[in-house]
Design a protein around this ligand. Sequence first.
Ligand SMILES: Cc1cc2nc3c(=O)[nH]c(=O)nc-3n(C[C@H](O)[C@H](O)[C@H](O)COP(=O)(O)OP(=O)(O)OC[C@H]3O[C@@H](n4cnc5c(N)ncnc54)[C@H](O)[C@@H]3O)c2cc1C
Length: 409
Amino acid sequence: MPSRIVIVGAGQAATQAATSLRAGGYDGHLVLLGNEGLLPYQRPPLSKAYLSGAMGLDRVVLKPMEAWIEDKVDVHLDAEVTALDRQAKSVTTRDGQTIGYDALILATGSRVRALACPGADLRGVHYLRSIADADGLGQDMQPGKRLVVIGGGYIGLEVAAVARKAGLEVVILEAAPRVLARVAPPVISDFFQTLHHDAGVTILTDVKVTAIEGADCVAGVALADSRTIPADLVLVGIGIIPNAELARAAGLKAEDGIETDVDARTSDPAIFAIGDCASRPLVHYGQRRGRLESVHNALEQAKLAAAAIMGLPRPVEETPWFWSDQYDIKLQIAGLSTGAAHSVVRGDPSQKRFAVFHLDADNRLLAVDAINAPPEFIVGKQVIARHGQLAPARLADMSVSMKEIGAGV
Ligand SMILES: Cc1cc2nc3c(=O)[nH]c(=O)nc-3n(C[C@H](O)[C@H](O)[C@H](O)COP(=O)(O)OP(=O)(O)OC[C@H]3O[C@@H](n4cnc5c(N)ncnc54)[C@H](O)[C@@H]3O)c2cc1C
């Protein structure tokens, strides 16, 4: 058992790793180094209930200081790790503190991809990753203001929904031919486009932003087709970049994320990488590896790393899953649809309750996107884990329950 475990990063994955280590019986020295000034918190509410004001900071923070003290975790806030010395087995913080480790967990997360165009640094241009970002955006989101969202991904759409409900005028600009193009099939994109349209949001697809206009504050967003969309504030949601530089500089394998094995171990056996910063084998999908940007992934990899460090049996890996909340809609996704040969729609999108099942050429279920449809999500997730095959006609038949469909698969 390592006598000191150091965790770099203090977010969702780091918190779970510390919790799992203590729950699994690790009683050595546990150090958490985070570069933010706040105790670890969850990010999903930042584009949902926290932004709308329905959830306070106390519920966003993952656990209070007393719980960290009780767990005997040495939490250092405002402690950015700037160097990793694998020979000396130590990390160094920006303020010059060097801390040795026997096992190291990198849980550095990711950062927002920045907009690279003139005017991108004008006042009123927002990103959304941290509580500070959410607070800044929330302050600017006053009723009647004109918000332009650049990027029709989940974060952009969720912020659009909150803003619309708060009485802002909202325009979403998307470079691809449809929103959610990278992460969802056309039927789901169409559904969300209609949903936002009906709520009064304008969505422009196939558009390229060339500049943010304004003197010292945002006044509009210029497009390549020479239109300018008037704006009082802008939210940029165009993706994230894994924080893998520390690992890369120390010679660890890291292209799109820090590469790990099934135990979340990197190319250095004493170092683990978990959460948004890590690229992992996708056990339900053959030889594929990838980086998943979700709470479930952060929690699962944390548990894998903790078990591996303590020499405990590897926890069984679940089907990857994700969710998004917009207006009165809950989207739940299980699995990964890339590589699917065809898909089956079950239910009626116009009723705001349906699911899209993605199957391979042998009708093996790879993924499901469920709109206000928990049984489809739950059963689909189980079938994916079992590499189960489903008959398309039966799947589309709403008179056959999901319980029946899942039975015996
Ligand atoms: C607005 C928003 C909404 C989201 N909604 C959903 C959702 O609905 N469902 C879902 O599944 N996922 C959602 N996600 C994604 C989810 O929050 C992330 O996948 C998850 O937080 C990843 O956890 P993590 O621990 O890897 O990274 P983080 O939670 O980002 O934690 C990493 C921490 O490490 C710190 N750090 C980085 N470098 C260093 C360093 N060198 N030294 C010290 N500290 C460092 C970072 O500042 C950060 O505090 C959302 C994310 C955002 C931003």
